[in-house]
Write a protein that binds this ligand. Structure first.
Ligand SMILES: NC(=O)c1ccc[n+]([C@@H]2O[C@H](COP(=O)([O-])OP(=O)(O)OC[C@H]3O[C@@H](n4cnc5c(N)ncnc54)[C@H](O)[C@@H]3O)[C@@H](O)[C@H]2O)c1
Length: 427
């Protein structure tokens, strides 16, 4: 139920969880040194003074730490979930109680509630949007066009959101500039690969407690996320089979030592299936027909479209929730398929999302891109922009420094050599 005091409106599951949420925020913060450095600077410089932000993000302990940094920089931020199952209710409560933030997010909210929460966040009248999947920007451009003139620009966290934004910009429909945080090297090299890799395996294990060693683990796609999943599943002793549509990525998977098969072949062999492609129906009726009894299916792509859930539901003679975040689908021939996290991104639905050490870099990109947007947004157009390279490099340097890792610098001689064309064989 929506609650509003004179100053603060919010809709969360249970306000009494606030202190637990604050402990979990502090635990996550221990591995977020780059955000700490930014908070220190923002507190002094107040780059977001007078700025209203609307954020649709996974409401996790890491996101809460990003919120604390934005607030320290002077921002007024309203937050909703970017997925109905990814909210951590204790974190939502901590932000309301300890940061007096308007938060609208409840784990397990219906699609209707998800949309009404997003509408509430937009009521702040944002100058900057912070999105994860582009649902917020879509709503702004369809149902709340009255708010568009206030918006200087936005940032986008994930691959699927960037793909949607590019499609929108190509049609000339994007009305303000958006920075593709996902495309920063300090984001997708680490977050998508190591973050999704570890947390997806974590989600599958928490949902099923199944032993991975010796299992055939089929991974849909071999992009940044699915590379991480493949790598970590192999590390747990599974025999990994990859499916792809892109010949370069398929070749990379082969040379990384994985079997690559079409899904109709892989479907017969797998015990566990997980995709992260950003594409729809990676697991579909022809594959369900071939899968062995007891197969486990999961998705780690942004939207719940990678497993054709509607087709599976239509075929099932019985659907039973057998564990938290695990549903059994009994098919007419008696085989049972198990779907983790309702087909939504399993690392957030059944586990806690990415470890904070990688989100430190992703969210440093968010914070610095938002700052960049405030400074330069009025000179940019309704297009998708890369994170400026100096921001990316600064984050990598800060992260290394915080980790206590030192690297070499080019000598003058090396610098000159690398900038010279005339020095070839024998100099
Ligand atoms: N779970 C999370 O926390 C998390 C984190 C980051 C990104 N994501 C999401 O994961 C998805 C993938 O992101 P990414 O950065 O790895 O993208 P990416 O573009 O690097 O990789 C996607 C891969 O999927 C392949 N693919 C597309 N259709 C396919 C099909 N029908 N069969 C097999 N392979 C197919 C593509 O060829 C590509 O190699 C996106 O939806 C992204 O938003 C999720």
């Amino acid at each position: 139920m929506m609650t509003a005091t004179k100053e603060l409106s919010y809709d969360i599951a249970d306000i009494k969880l606030a202190d637990r949420g604050r402990f979990r925020m502090a635990w996550a913060a221990r591995e977020m040194p780059v955000l700490d450095l930014l908070e220190e600077r923002f507190r002094k410089e107040q780059p977001f003074k007078g700025i209203r932000m609307a954020a649709a993000m996974h409401v996790t302990s890491e996101t809460a730490n990003l919120m604390r940094v934005l607030i320290a920089g002077g921002a007024e931020v309203a937050l909703c979930a970017s997925n109905p199952l990814s909210t951590q209710d204790d974190i939502a409560a901590a932000l309301v109680v300890h940061y007096e933030m308007p938060v609208y997010a409840i784990k397990g909210e219906s699609n209707a509630q998800y949309n009404s929460h997003m509408a509430s966040v937009l009521d702040i009248g944002p100058n900057v949007t912070m999105d994860d999947g582009m649902d917020l920007v879509a709503m702004l451009h369809t149902r709340r066009t009255d708010l568009l003139p206030n918006v200087v620009g936005g940032t986008e966290e994930t691959t699927t959101g960037v793909i949607r934004l590019r499609a929108m910009a190509a049609q000339g429909k994007l009305m303000f500039p958006v920075i593709a945080v996902n495309d920063a090297m300090t984001k997708h090299f680490f977050d998508n690969r190591y973050g999704t890799g570890q947390s997806t395996i974590d989600g599958i294990i928490r949902a099923t407690n199944v032993l991975l060693a010796g299992k055939n683990f089929v991974v849909g796609g071999y992009g940044w996320c699915s590379k991480g999943i493949s790598m970590r599943a192999r590390g747990m002793g599974a025999n990994v089979i990859v499916t792809e549509v892109d010949p370069l990525r398929a070749l990379e998977a082969v040379m990384d030592g994985f079997r690559v098969l079409p899904m109709v072949e892989a479907a017969k062999e797998g015990h566990i299936f997980c995709s992260a492609t950003g594409d729809m129906h990676i697991f579909d009726t022809p594959h369900f027909a071939l899968m062995r009894d007891g197969s486990i299916l999961a998705n780690s792509g942004h939207f719940d479209v990678e497993i054709n859930m509607k087709a599976l539901e239509a075929q099932a003679v019985k659907i039973t929730r057998v564990r938290d975040f695990l549903d059994e689908y009994t098919l007419p021939d008696g085989r049972r398929l198990y779907v983790a996290g309702e087909g939504r991104l399993v690392n957030l639905a059944a586990a806690e999302g990415h470890p904070s050490a990688v989100m430190d870099m992703s969210f440093a990109n968010q914070a610095l891109s938002a700052e960049y947007m405030i400074k330069h947004g009025d000179k940019l157009e309704g297009q998708v922009y890369d994170v400026p390279e100096d921001i990316d490099r600064e984050i990598a340097a800060l992260k290394l420094r915080a980790m206590g890792v030192e690297i070499d610098t080019l000598t003058d001689e090396q610098e000159a050599y690398l900038n010279e064309w005339s020095l070839g064989t024998g100099h």
